[in-house]
Design a protein around this ligand. Structure first.
Ligand code: HPA
Ligand code: MG
Length: 225
């Protein structure tokens, strides 16, 4: 491991905490695609709140990394929306202040979930050559539950000896068997529930939903493989 490689875990801002008893908002209060009616239980985090929180994460990232060259490594598929919105907010801050954060963007694909269960075999696709990771890296991941996926990804990325690695995760789940591997920037800390929307899927469905929602039991049955 390079001497100047820093992986921080458990920063002081652990994200907005959503308690176990949070029931979410009634679906009647928001718009969502008709093709998902009956498939959802509630709106857990409305799209606007995600965007507002992402704007703040962008500011924190700018404050810490501003004026360095960074390589953003977007973790597909679930991280694409968070990554795109985070990059947009960083671009806006770079345009509107003396502070600037030059970025390049790259992509990596991970797959470990079937239905709502994590599988043991984690596939990394498109990661064969990460030699572009010479500068700093901010690696947005959409969701971190046990932290096993993040740990595997970090090990893989470290092998290419980047100068620094910072991880941004939109959601961190409170799970009993957490590896303790946490992102440096966290959007929300949520209960151990399976959520969909904002690019998070259940067997590839629900990526086209803008709010983060809890899937209903009938939704799980309908899209089960
Ligand atoms: N939703 C979608 N994908 C996931 C989740 C989740 O709650 N947890 C881990 N991958
Ligand atoms: Mg998935």
């Amino acid at each position: 491991m390079a001497d100047d490689l820093t992986i921080q875990t458990g920063g002081k801002d652990g994200g907005i905490v959503i308690n176990d008893d949070w029931p979410g908002y009634s679906l009647e209060l928001f718009n969502y695609p008709k093709h998902y009616s009956g498939d959802l239980e509630c709106v857990y985090i409305p799209h606007g709140v995600i965007m507002d929180r992402t704007e703040r994460l962008a500011r924190n990232i700018m404050g810490d990394l501003g004026d360095h060259d960074i390589v953003v490594l977007c973790v597909l598929k679930a991280g694409y929306q968070f990554c795109a919105d985070l990059v947009e907010r960083i671009k806006a801050l770079s345009r509107n202040s003396d502070h600037t954060l030059p970025m390049s963007v790259n992509f990596i694909r991970l797959k470990s979930y079937v239905n709502d269960q994590s599988t043991e075999d984690l596939h990394i696709v498109g990661a064969e050559d990460l030699s572009f990771l010479t500068g700093k890296v901010s690696s947005p991941a959409a969701i971190v539950d046990t932290g096993k996926t993040m740990k595997t990804l970090l090990k893989h990325v470290e092998a290419f000896r980047p100068k620094m690695i910072k991880v941004a995760g939109l959601l961190v789940k409170r799970v009993p068997n957490s590896s303790g591997c946490l992102p440096d920037y966290v959007g929300f800390e949520i209960p151990n529930r399976f959520v969909v929307g904002y690019a998070l899927d259940y067997n590839e469905y629900f990526r086209d939903l803008n709010h983060i929602c809890v899937i209903s039991e009938s939704g799980k049955l309908k899209y089960k493989v």
